[in-house]
Design a protein around this ligand. Sequence first.
Ligand SMILES: [Zn+2]
Ligand SMILES: [Zn+2]
Length: 362
Amino acid sequence: MRTRPHESWERDTGARPPKQGRPPVPAATPDAVSLLALQRTAGNAAVARILDQERHAHGPGCGHATTESAAPPVQRAPTFTRTGAPAESDRDAALRMLDRVARTAERVILAGNPKARNKFTPHLAVNLLPDGSLGISGNTGKRVVTEQQRQTIEQEIRGFADGSAPRAGHNAWGSSADQRQRERQDRSKLRALDAGSYAEHHPESPELADIYEALHKPIRWFSIGTPVKKGVPAQHGEMTLLGEQVAAWKRAPRDPDDPKTVHMGGVKLACVACQWAFDAVNETIGRDLGYRVVAAGAHGQFFPNWLMPQWMRGEQAVVDVIRSRAAAIDAELTNDWVVNGELATGDFVHDPPDSGSEYESD
Ligand SMILES: [Zn+2]
Ligand SMILES: [Zn+2]
């Protein structure tokens, strides 16, 4: 059994099953309230698993047995969809593919720095940018992506674009069967995307074709740098990419009644402050401009030292939302544009999973 330090929590919670002996996951359709309740009783991993399960809605030809098909359609990110908009499920395949790119990049970083696996795991957000290229951003601060890592990741991703990526991945020695299985799945889906068979399998998700195109273009990187010491406020990668989106939305407003969904992929679920920002941007900017961002869901844990990006500081309505949401949990937005407070504690650390059953096969 491994115990991990706090800084790994944000990224680790999504991949951990509940500990043995914990209450079974309720079969009911999750909503924000029940997920919060579940989070208290069964831990974050159970919530993350439910959110993960919601990420794929089975369609004709997808080949999945659908035990959940009797349940009403589930929106994967209920917090983001309050206006009776159509379910996100038809686009899930695209978001899942962005997540695969992020995890692939993360594995490259960990393979080049095995110590990082126990010390911390890098955070990466991946998003299809308005210009059609793939944007990748890590956090600033102590978990920043270095130039050398960027080059190695580029090389890896190029392998999926030119068909040369091997089946075998990075998880071998010392990694769990579960980690290996997930990597195999990620690699096989990325290879299938390149070969065209994945998009064929998911005709409901035309964005897959855009991701395919983007993988064949230069990647746009953000927040490449040199790690700084612990304790420095960090701008999370999702927020950096969101800034690119918001700027583009303003240049090209759409019909608010037909909003375009922008998927924010990443290696793990969003932290609490990023979730506030997604909500605030959707409500105060995206709604009028005809866009909304949908991320993988949030793991519910508050992390202090969250740095508000420069672009967001000028969005008074967004700032106000974040300030009040922070105050509601006894945190604060400081004069230095940092959301600070007590690190949320709770049952966020779990043993590595011993089964791949929580992962989608598709
Ligand atoms: Zn399926
Ligand atoms: Zn975050």
